[in-house]
Write a protein that binds this ligand. Structure first.
Ligand code: NAD
Length: 338
């Protein structure tokens, strides 16, 4: 089988490629625009495997995407490609609409034109908005109404609606997964956990929004990859699957755990002005994927955070190249003469 993985040079997409190469014998094409968030050096080891091919391009570029589908005829598309950082969506919403909505529609049009066994949309629990902090009994199910807060989550919710409409109108064989916050290796240093690890290592202040009481439901990235793998192979066409690990933590607790793992003082914590429209609590009910596909998270937060901190300690080159900007040279070095 041939799987087209879009956004495969980003955090979750790259972890998914490593997962698929290890678990199956499929051919994979990674398509990525290599925006600031894409880092080809993340795939350095994976690219030693002949089953993986890298193509640089934009999912919203119709001509390019149609050419790629005509040449490669993928059996499955897994769409990770997105602008994914909420703070950036507050600064510049347009690019989020372009990639997350238009890009998704172009990919699905290509699937209709050239035929596909499955189109899978990687979505987020942020499409459900947030839950109150004083109602720990409430969880997002697949039936929870969409109720977005940021341009990022609005663009992801719009894409989800488009995906469902392509199933209903054109009978496109789609699935959607909506996952909670991921953490683990290859997470871009602007996101909460890697930012805190890197700042703490340099004894820099750790900026925490508001009072740090916002709650996120953390899932180790490998568990998310296993869930997507199960959905594309065994999931029911037309269905949405929520993915989450019942690992709710306040942002402040996460930051304190990171400091503890690194043996650093909590004096490094600095409370900063809250994010606009900051969602209070996300919490996923993953009963459907458990009951239908047998999925359960395998890595607890206690184990996952230890593994993650260790990974950042052992892979300083990877994140230092991002912090100093030189990660952008990797593609030119590898592909300049190809
Ligand atoms: N990170 C999380 O906690 C989380 C949780 C749930 C869902 N998601 C979703 O999972 C997906 C992947 O998230 P991530 O954290 O790995 O994001 P990321 O920002 O690390 O990676 C996104 C990748 O997409 C690429 N890209 C961006 N625009 C593109 C375009 N127009 N054409 C081709 N490639 C493009 C980037 O270069 C990058 O490699 C996103 O759709 C996100 O909404 C993320």
């Amino acid at each position: 089988m041939k799987i087209l993985v879009t956004g495969g040079a980003g955090f979750i997409g790259s972890n998914f490629i490593y997962h698929e190469l290890a678990q199956h014998n499929d051919n994979i094409i990674c398509l990525d625009l290599l925006t600031y968030a894409g880092n080809l050096s993340t795939l350095k080891d994976a690219l030693k495997d002949d089953r993986l091919q890298f193509v640089k391009g934009d999912i919203a570029d119709r001509k390019f995407i149609y050419n790629l589908f005509e040449q490669e005829k993928p059996d499955i598309v897994v769409n990770f490609a997105a602008e994914s950082h909420v703070d950036r969506s507050i600064e510049t919403p347009e690019i989020f609409l372009q990639t997350n909505i238009i890009g998704t529609s172009v990919l699905m049009d290509a699937c209709r034109k050239y035929g596909i066994k499955r189109y899978h949309q990687v979505s987020t629990d942020e499409v459900y908005g947030d839950l109150p902090l004083d109602r720990p009994d409430l969880f997002f199910t697949e039936e929870t109404p969409l109720h977005t807060s940021s341009p990022y989550s609005s663009s992801k919710a719009s894409a989800d609606l488009l995906v469902q409409s392509y199933h209903r109108t054109f009978n496109l064989p789609v699935t959607i997964s909506r996952c909670s916050n991921n953490y683990g290796p290859y997470h871009f240093p602007e996101k909460l956990i890697p930012l805190m690890i890197i700042n703490a290592l340099a004894d820099k202040k750790l900026p925490v929004y508001g009072t740090g009481e916002n709650v996120r439901d953390w899932l180790y990235v490998e568990d998310h990859c296993r869930a997507i793998d199960l959905i594309i192979r065994n999931g029911k066409v037309g269905e949405i699957y929520n993915v989450g690990g019942h690992n709710e933590k306040t942002n402040l607790d996460v930051v304190k755990t990171v400091l503890q793992e690194l043996g650093k003082s909590e004096d490094l914590i600095e409370f900063v002005a809250d994010r606009l429209g900051h969602d209070r609590r996300y919490a996923i009910d993953p009963a459907k994927i458990h009951n239908e596909l047998g999925w359960l998270p395998e890595t607890s937060f206690t184990v996952g955070i230890k593994k993650t901190v260790k990974w950042y300690l052992n892979n300083k080159d990877w994140w230092q190249q991002i912090v100093n900007g030189s990660y952008k040279d990797y593609y030119t070095k590898m592909y300049a003469h190809k």
